[in-house]
Design a protein around this ligand. Sequence first.
Ligand SMILES: [Zn+2]
Length: 51
Amino acid sequence: MLEQLEIVCDADCCQNRLGEDTYRLSMTTVGGTQQVHECSCGALTITITKQ
Ligand SMILES: [Zn+2]
C-alpha cells in the first residue's frame, strides 16, 4: 500500500495543496528523494522521501 502524502505550500499565509501540476523536479540523494514543487504563489516547497 502506497502512502499518499499531501503536499502543502511551505510559504507563510499560503496553504495551497500542491498537486502533480506543480511538480518541477526531483533529486535522489543518499538521504532520500527530494521533490520540488512550485506553488502558484511562486514559493518552492521541497519534500524528502526517505528510502
Ligand atoms: Zn503557495
